[in-house]
Design a protein around this ligand. Structure first.
Ligand code: ZN
Ligand code: CA
Length: 370
């Protein structure tokens, strides 16, 4: 029922318009024009001004032509780097980049699937309820577009985020909360050869703190990692300052707190042991979400999959996405796989067949809800 040729053209057009995080404007303008032409009511919000992007989130609405619950489709416009000057290469039914950039299928496959499905339902006059669309900015690196969306302006209480890797039919129903933990260890400078006993080494404090920490896989629900460590300049000075940037994630808010407290305690005790100080900054990046297996939204997606002959599988992710933020704002949301393979790498690719199935799934979900 979908127009496969138009879908492919649409996807290839999208990925060739640069939209790295905080520089989504050109792509946003392109989408708004296209959405108006298709028949959606469209506006851009002011989230960009708040988070330092040259574009706001793009919100589209389509009035229903029949009764039915309002549903929302969401995908993000921004891409990770290297994401400028993407040149698609198609080989044996698979779309790759030319190997110097990402492909940008994360998340433009989600946008292409959404708009192709909506254009099809309008064109073929397929019964549908009210549909809302959110194309967010600044998802990569903080979910800031979704965090600054005005939820009062949305009617939907049910949302489908199209931003997950793997086979269409995979349904992500659970995701972790994440804390960002930054620590600055402060010791005391001294000449390392003349009077080292007068110094306090921030590097030794950091080493002590880190070696006492439980890191990486904590349990089946919890992970933790130190991603950045920096400090020191020369060998003849006892280093005064070292900074570490760390994170902890868990599907359980309680376990996240436990792991975070543990990491903070390791830092504080190490500073104390060496007579130095530590300044800590703990920030909750996003909360966990969980949609029950028997929830209506999951049952309806499964039904749509069944109608299409796609195998549906519910799963848990270790990553964060706009799905976390939508759920935190009272909208039941699941994250659907759109066929993305190896996102965030220059080997990113997508099977055309998967892009088509993701689009058929969006269309079928619309039908199931009408
Ligand atoms: Zn994404
Ligand atoms: Ca991503």
């Amino acid at each position: 029922m979908i127009n496969e040729k138009r879908l492919l053209e649409r996807f290839l057009n999208y990925i060739q318009i640069d939209s790295p995080t905080k520089d989504e404007r050109e792509f946003a303008d392109y989408l708004m024009k296209e959405m108006k032409e298709i028949g959606l009511e469209v506006y851009m919000d002011d989230a960009g001004e708040k988070v330092g992007s040259n574009s706001g989130n793009v919100i589209g609405k389509l009035k229903g032509n029949t009764e039915g619950e309002t549903i929302l489709f969401s995908a993000h416009m921004d891409t990770v780097s290297p994401g400028r000057g993407i040149k698609p290469v198609i080989k044996d039914g698979v779309i790759y980049s030319d190997g110097t950039t990402i492909l940008g299928g994360d998340d433009k496959a989600g946008i292409a699937a959404t708009l192709e499905a909506i254009e099809t339902i309008i064109e073929k006059d397929i019964p549908h309820g009210d549909i809302e669309v959110v194309f967010s900015i600044f998802e990569e690196g903080g979910l800031f577009g979704a965090k600054n969306l005005d939820y009062n302006k949305l009617n939907a209480k049910t949302a489908f985020v199209l931003d997950s890797g793997g086979d269409p039919g995979f349904i992500v129903i659970q995701g972790p909360a994440q804390n960002k933990i930054n620590a600055k260890f402060i010791g005391k400078e001294a000449h390392a050869g003349v009077a080292p006993e007068q110094g306090i080494s921030a590097i030794q404090i950091a080493a002590e703190a880190i070696s006492n920490m439980n890191l990486l896989r904590i349990d089946e629900e919890t992970t933790a990692n130190i991603g950045v460590i920096s400090g020191g300049e020369v060998t003849n000075i006892v280093t005064k300052e070292v900074e570490i940037k760390a994170e902890a994630r868990s599907l359980s808010d309680e376990k996240l707190k436990e792991q975070t407290d543990h990491m903070v305690k390791c830092c504080e005790e190490a500073a104390k042991k060496f007579g130095g100080k530590v300044e800590m900054d703990v920030d909750n990046a996003y909360g966990a979400f969980k949609v029950e297996e028997d929830a209506e939204i999951v049952q309806k997606v499964k039904k749509a999959c069944k109608n299409l002959g796609l195998e549906s599988v519910t799963m848990t992710t270790g990553g964060g996405s706009d799905t976390n933020i939508l759920n935190a704002n009272g909208i039941a949301a699941v994250n659907l796989a759109i066929g993305e393979r190896l996102p965030h790498t220059i080997d990113e690719h997508i099977y055309i067949k998967d892009l088509e199935n993701a689009t058929r799934l969006v269309l079928e979900i619309i039908k199931v809800y009408a």
